[in-house]
Design a protein around this ligand. Structure first.
Ligand code: BMA
Length: 831
């Protein structure tokens, strides 16, 4: 077998004027035009609007490659392209090799008949997606509606293309196209192993594996099929008729380490054990890494309704995490490094689960490999979102081929936990005038697509994994619209954001698993400066409003902010306070829902990342930097956590413990005046069992020694692990009224930058309590190890500065950090 990589420099030709420029493959058209300086930065100011023409053009991608006579001696010479975005014809030396219309299916075809020794040319002609979508709409017997956003490409639901490329309520509309994830030439004789999948059965220390090689074998042959993993080997002789699609071999593996999600198992923070699996058939070999684990998503009827619990190796895991959208609006930037950094930030914030949301894509192999390595469980939506979809035979045939490929490609990843039909497409049946008027027609379409096609193929090809009909949903075979239903399955809870309810509304529901809930904030100042020209750095300037895609987004942020906080003074203070607000909203939800375990067993907030610089629900800014929510997530998702939860004028101190160890110790609960002095002490001895949520103490607000406007509650728990005496301390602060009602004294914050062992460190002290302390160094690439915390008089905080990006190789020294340092805190946000 010979493989030649065909990535690298290709030529990109715009068909209307035959103009040419280079394109880097893998990569996309818009990024190529940007690299050749023909278009302005699409993320700056309102440039996106000037670039809508790109999706209305046809583009030709071409390159030459050399073929030696030996290559042509092979039986077949395949052209393999992982992702073509989207409607395209592929030719070799002017002869048509094939055509495609689905970016979630790979392309592979034998081009031997079109090749010659010497120089050859491969061409991929990509047609305008906008025009193709319009044509598809015209061909439909009745309209199939979809949700639209401020800048939107019509009929995006009729193309098998990443749905959010057509614009979203946090994303630009950039209908680019291109070739992604790898292009190669494969010359081979005999069958090709397209995929290898393993079914595992555990019997004590023995894992019985059945390895299936999924074949592309045009001619009959007899060959040896072998599989090796973790020092064990299985082999058998197979006789394959022409067109055989699979062959199987069994292996028995012993003594392997078991894979667990991060935070669980014998080494909760250590590397995840993964093993190389090699499958060989004749001259072809396939390699990948697998993990050994048992996983079920348990959906059982109970007195509250129906559970949704991720059970790994027999232990119930509380899923803590966020929703993932594509790493960038420009596919050229979907690099492994970027995926790694974003997912690393997820793990650093104590997340163990990521939902790959249906408006994005089935991610690259790199993504799932990183999740396997880091121990992040993956909830995988199929790529359908916020729309109705057709059920024409041609459309269903595309979807069937797509899901077959994706399931066989992904099912061996130990991180992959669940297949879910779509995002909100079940609920969307009730959203549009067309479907409200003629519901049966669209229900039949829904059933044909999701149950008749996607669900059927998932059940057939990955029977060990749960098929979850939709998100939200009451679970398998439950087709009620589960929007805001907290008894069964997963819910999306949006009352606080969309309906403007107060944060306490999060405490009005008891989700079994909340897979979406979110609150927006403005980005970090450096992000705003990257897209808003000087003179536009104001949240209601045209540039900043363009970078806010929710029609009432700024209004909701500001209105809610003023309910809780005083009017901030300037732009930096406004951005900061919006992030305090967002962190507070999501913490309120997560702490309460974690306190409900085991009734509730998952909280995935909306959303982890951004595809461009924008005001949004994300906790990571477009450049990967942490917003205050991400720092807060690190705290509210910690495995052992102390929360102060107020409901109906009662404050409860609750310890949540996701780990397998029990603790005992003391809760110090102090009522403090705003100057920090102590007014009352409500401390008690406490026990915290394993895998539990425990109320340590409850206090009526009305029975407190001071009026709420003059006091706050500070909690600290000092715990000893029963098994080995190891100690842990956690703290929490609760305001007893809206912070705007407090008269906050100036904390007289003292900040000093010193040179520590691992680089510069910031030392902070204060004379009076300082709330939501936010140190930044905007001009430097990096972040402080903590932010958004409260500092009490007498305490000292030492914070390392963690360089990111280019600063990793040239970290700042104490002097440059000191020069760039700015610190905000609540009292400093207003006059
Ligand atoms: C959800 C998501 C997204 C959307 C978000 C914010 O319901 O599924 O479609 O971006 O809300 O409105």
């Amino acid at each position: 077998m010979d493989r030649i990589e065909l990535g690298g420099r290709w030529n990109l030709i715009r068909l209307t004027d035959r103009s040419e420029r280079p394109i880097k493959v893998p990569g996309d058209i818009l990024s190529a035009l940007l690299a050749s300086r023909e278009i302005p930065d699409p993320y700056f100011d309102r440039n996106e609007l000037k670039l809508q023409w790109i999706g209305r053009e046809d583009w030709l991608l071409e390159r030459e490659f050399d073929i030696s006579p030996e290559i042509l001696n092979h039986e077949r010479v395949l052209l393999c392209i992982q992702v073509i975005d989207t409607i395209a014809e592929i030719s070799v030396n002017g002869g048509l090799l094939g055509s495609v219309s689905n970016m979630f299916r790979p392309f592979a075809a034998d081009m031997k008949r079109l090749l010659k020794p010497g120089t050859n040319r491969v061409s991929v002609l990509i047609f305008s997606p906008e025009k193709a979508a319009a044509e598809a709409a015209r061909a439909l017997p009745y309209p199939v509606p979809h949700s639209s956003f401020p800048v939107t490409s019509p009929n995006r639901n009729l193309l098998r293309k990443v749905q959010c490329m057509g614009g979203w309520d946090w994303g630009p509309c950039l209908m680019t196209g291109g070739i992604y994830d790898g292009v190669s030439l494969l010359a081979l004789d005999g069958p090709r192993i397209e995929y290898a999948t393993t079914s595992m059965r555990r019997e004590g220390d023995v894992w019985r594996l059945s390895v299936t090689a999924w074949l592309d074998s045009p001619s009959a042959c007899a060959a040896q099929l072998e599989a090796e993993v973790a020092g064990a080997r299985g082999a058998c002789r197979v006789e394959l008729p022409a067109g055989a699609s699979r062959a199987k071999v069994e292996i028995e593996v012993r003594g392997v380490e078991v894979w667990w999600p991060v935070g669980h198992g014998p080494a909760p923070g250590g590397p995840r054990p993964l093993y190389d699996l090699v499958v060989r058939l004749g001259s072809h070999e396939l390699r990948k890494r697998v993990g050994f684990r048992e996983l079920q998503v348990v959906a059982e009827d109970d007195s509250a309704g129906r559970s949704m619990v991720f059970r790994v190796n027999g232990s119930d895991v509380f899923c803590k995490g966020a929703n993932w959208i594509p790493a960038d609006a420009l596919p050229s930037r979907w690099t492994k490094k970027r995926l790694d950094e974003l997912l690393m930030s997820a793990v650093e914030a104590n997340m163990n689960c990521i939902r790959v949301w249906g408006g994005g894509r089935y991610e690259s192999d790199d993504f799932y490999e990183i999740c396997d390595e880091k121990g992040l469980l993956v909830w995988q939506d199929c790529a359908f979102s916020c729309a109705l979809y057709p059920s024409e035979p041609g459309f269903l045939a595309e979807v069937e081929a797509e899901i077959r490929h994706q399931v066989l490609r992904l099912r061996d990843h130990p991180s992959l936990a669940l297949w879910c039909g779509n995002n909100e497409a079940l609920g969307a049946l009730g959203w549009y005038p067309e479907s409200q008027k003629n519901p049966m027609r669209y229900i039949v379409d829904y059933d044909r697509l999701y149950e008749g096609t996607l669900g059927r193929i998932v059940r057939e090809l990955d029977p060990e994994r749960t098929w979850w009909p939709s998100s939200p949903s009451g679970g398998p075979a439950d087709f009620a619209d589960n929007w805001h239903a907290d008894g069964r399955g997963d819910m999306h809870f949006w009352s606080v954001w969309h309906e403007g309810k107060s944060f306490s509304e999060y405490l009005s529901v008891k989700p079994r698993f909340c897979s979406e809930f979110g609150f927006q904030s403005f980005p970090n100042y450096a992000t705003v400066a990257s897209y808003a020209p000087e003179g536009e750095r104001n949240v209601t300037s045209p540039a900043m409003e363009h970078h806010q895609r929710h029609n009432r987004g700024n209004t909701i942020i500001m209105e809610t902010m003023l309910r809780y906080f005083r009017m901030p003074t300037g732009l930096r203070e406004t951005l900061y306070l919006s992030q305090v607000l967002q962190a507070w909203a999501i913490r309120t939800a997560v702490e309460y829902w974690r306190s409900l375990r085991p009734l509730c067993m998952g909280a995935l907030y909306w959303q982890l990342n951004d595809v461009w610089p924008v005001s949004s629900w994300s906790s990571l800014d477009y450049d990967g930097s942490w917003k205050l929510l991400h720092y807060e997530a690190k705290r509210f998702f910690e495995p052992l956590h102390l929360a102060l939860i107020e409901k109906n004028r009662t404050i409860r101190a609750v310890a949540v413990n996701d780990g397998p160890d029990a603790y005992a110790g003391r809760l110090s609960l102090r009522l403090r005046r705003m100057d920090g002095s102590q007014a009352a002490d409500y401390s008690v001895e406490v026990n915290v069992p394993r895998e539990s949520s425990t109320e340590l103490r409850a206090l009526e607000l009305s029975a407190m020694a001071l009026p709420p406007e003059d006091s706050f509650l500070e909690a600290r728990v000092d715990l000893r692990r029963i098994s080995d005496g190891r100690t842990e301390t956690r703290g929490a602060v609760a305001f007893l009224t809206e912070p705007k009602r407090y008269t906050l004294p100036d904390p007289r914050l003292e900040a000093k930058v010193v040179t520590g062992k691992q680089g510069p460190e910031l030392i902070l002290r204060c004379a009076k309590p300082a709330f939501f302390v936010y140190p930044v160094a905007e001009e430097l690439s990096g972040r402080f190890e903590d932010s958004g915390f409260h500092l009490m008089p007498g305490e000292e905080r030492r914070l390392r500065f963690i360089p990111t990006g280019e600063a990793r190789s040239a970290p700042p020294n104490a002097e440059s950090l000191n020069a760039a340092l700015r610190i905000l805190h609540l009292r400093a946000s207003y006059e």
